[in-house]
Design a protein around this ligand. Structure first.
Ligand code: TMP
Ligand code: ASP
Length: 256
């Protein structure tokens, strides 16, 4: 599919986005990676293709489980065609274990942990935790229900619906990752609204850019071994090696 009959729309942290002649979107997965709101940047060869293949893999599994997503198809490696809903301007974060900004915000006194949860990386969050952040502000900022409702970003029923959808996605991801020896610490998803108001899963899902994956054996021994972008954020490992390892583990069980 040539880019000449498409309109360039925007570039995200890792993707370039085009509109196709029939009104869908084309995601071009690039080798870019950023962290800390774009302050840390790099490129890794073949990163785009790994992210694309993992996103395609998870959309296939979720669609088969009747999770409504924007996924349409993949014309070539690194390019994905998706529907073009109105993006809900709220990012949804689902957490199973303490990590990342939750711990940072706790230490800064900005957030409370549920009763009995230890303030340390890897501590379980029984029943999980859902958080919302802004999507279209310069820096993503946690927002509460009140702000979401008063800005009309979502109504109460929609918040309930995407909370349920995110829980279902969490259950499916955990189930699929378990046999590959991988723990899902947390992840981020985004949703869109179609013309008929139906809500669908948008952006990408199940990739090491947007999830925290931990090696299960090490995790059970109390060691945090990241199979995700944390190695880049913290400078604790080579992103290509780690993304390659994650890809291999998922590929070994299923033809991708
Ligand atoms: P956080 O701990 O930094 O809030 O991140 C929680 C999860 O959400 C983690 O798996 C990374 C993912 N995430 C994104 O995919 N994009 C973002 O912009 C942010 C802030 C987090
Ligand atoms: N993805 C975000 C950024 O690029 C934050 C992060 O993943 O650390 O700034």
């Amino acid at each position: 599919m040539s880019k000449s009959n498409m309109t360039y729309l925007s570039s995200g942290k890792a993707k370039d986005i085009y509109e196709t002649a029939d009104g869908n979107l084309l995601f071009e997965f690039t080798d870019r990676v950023t962290a800390f709101d774009g302050k840390k940047r790099a490129e890794y060869q073949e990163k785009g293709e790994i992210i694309y293949r993992l996103a395609e893999y998870w959309f296939g599994i979720l669609e088969a489980e009747k999770v409504h997503t924007h996924y349409i198809g993949c014309p070539t490696p690194t390019r994905m065609i998706v529907r073009h809903p109105d993006i809900i301007p709220v990012e949804v974060i689902r957490r199973n274990y303490v990590a990342g900004s939750l711990l940072r915000r706790y230490e800064a006194g900005e957030v409370k942990l549920p009763e009995g949860v230890k303030p340390e990386e890897g501590a379980p969050l029984p029943g999980g935790m859902i958080e919302f952040t802004t999507k279209f502000e310069e820096v993503d900022r946690p927002v509460d229900m009140e702000e979401i409702l008063s800005n009309n970003w979502m109504n109460g029923l929609e918040i309930e619906h995407i909370t349920d959808m995110t829980s279902r996605i969490n259950t499916i991801l955990i189930r699929e990752l378990y046999d590959r020896g991988i723990i899902l610490a947390d992840f981020k998803v985004e949703y869109g609204r179609e013309k008929n108001s139906e809500i669908l899963l948008a952006d990408e899902v199940g990739t090491p850019d947007g999830c925290r994956f931990r090696d299960k054996t090490e995790f059970e021994d109390g060691v945090i071994s990241s199979l995700d972008k944390d190695v880049f954020r913290k400078g604790t490992g080579d992103l290509s090696t780690v993304y390659g390892e994650l890809f291999k583990r998922l590929q070994n069980q299923e033809e991708m």
